[in-house]
Design a protein around this ligand. Structure first.
Ligand SMILES: [Zn+2]
Length: 292
């Protein structure tokens, strides 16, 4: 079994919005802002290849947006970077057998769509994949709130439904792909029913942290995003997850950290502080069980 982080399109968002109530004097040390006060981010996925399955956790923002929106969200590449990254592993989107989506905000699900072309409608990619989405996150995408209505990809829910390959899951479901088990942690602090995937290969745990912990600075408990609905609830959810991450020496995969794909977490009991341990710019691991 092989785990690989998959680079997706880059993104720039307002630093203040990304760091919630943290003052700029603090967050600018972690994420130096540009002249428009935006910070560098990425939208990264995680691929797990088992004997029979190729499972992709999220697709990043992709390249479906027309140029003026790409500019607004700081997407600098015109092409679909995630597809290019799959190509470096000799794969295409047609090889992917499952896509697991934490929620359907555009910076996580936009990569399901084909690249923007003048006068051409975007199409749903991944023709051979089953799409797994949490039931509550799905309901939210179908009935958005005014506060996050602009965060969803136009027509995506209709295309997923029409594919006949959409599977709605609940937090108690466990997915099995050969020896890979995928458990879920539900988080309602960012958006209703976001599912954080907890991957187990029989020996270790790798957590695709989605927007619960989008990058290393957010491992620090009080740091939340301005986009979160309920920051205090999110902090409680994060605390619960991090306790078990540290206990099991699990790794977190970060979808939005521009410079670090994954890291373990360290806890300082004296200060009661969590922090990201030494991470990897690109994450790759072959499961010891199958490799031996
Ligand atoms: Zn996000």
């Amino acid at each position: 079994m092989k785990f690989s982080s998959i680079s997706g399109n880059s993104q720039k968002l307002d630093g203040g919005a990304m760091y919630g109530n943290a003052p700029q004097a603090l967050w600018s040390r972690w994420s130096p802002p540009d002249e428009r006060n935006r910070i560098d981010m990425t939208t990264r996925g995680l691929l797990v290849e088992t004997a029979e399955h190729k499972v992709l956790f999220e697709t990043g923002i992709g390249a479906y947006m027309e140029p003026r929106f790409k500019d607004r969200f700081g997407v600098k590449e015109a092409h679909h970077v995630l597809l290019e990254s799959l190509g470096k592993l000799d794969l295409t989107h047609e090889d992917i057998t499952a896509v697991v989506l934490s929620h359907l905000h555009f910076d996580h699900a936009g990569g399901l769509m084909s690249e923007w072309r003048e006068g051409k409608e975007a199409e749903l990619l991944f023709p051979n994949a089953t799409f797994y989405v949490g039931r509550d996150a799905w309901d939210r995408a179908c009935n958005p709130h005014p506060r996050d209505r602009a965060s969803f990809v136009p027509d995506l829910t209709q295309l997923l439904e029409a594919s006949g390959r959409l599977k709605l899951v609940t937090p108690d479901d466990v997915l099995h792909f050969d020896d890979l088990e995928v458990h879920f942690h539900v988080s309602n602090g960012h958006t209703p029913g976001m599912l954080v995937s907890d991957l187990r290969d029989g020996q270790s745990r790798i957590i695709f942290a989605a927007d619960l912990i989008p990058g290393r600075p957010w491992v620090h408990l009080p740091i939340t995003m301005g986009y979160d609905r309920y920051p205090e609830r999110l902090i409680d959810e994060k605390t619960e997850l991090l306790e078990s991450v540290v206990a099991d020496n699990a790794w977190l995969v970060y979808t939005h950290d521009a410079n670090c794909a994954a890291s373990p977490v360290v806890f300082d009991p004296a200060k009661k502080k969590y922090a990201a341990g030494e991470g990897m710019a690109a994450f790759s691991r072959v499961s010891v069980l199958e490799a031996s």
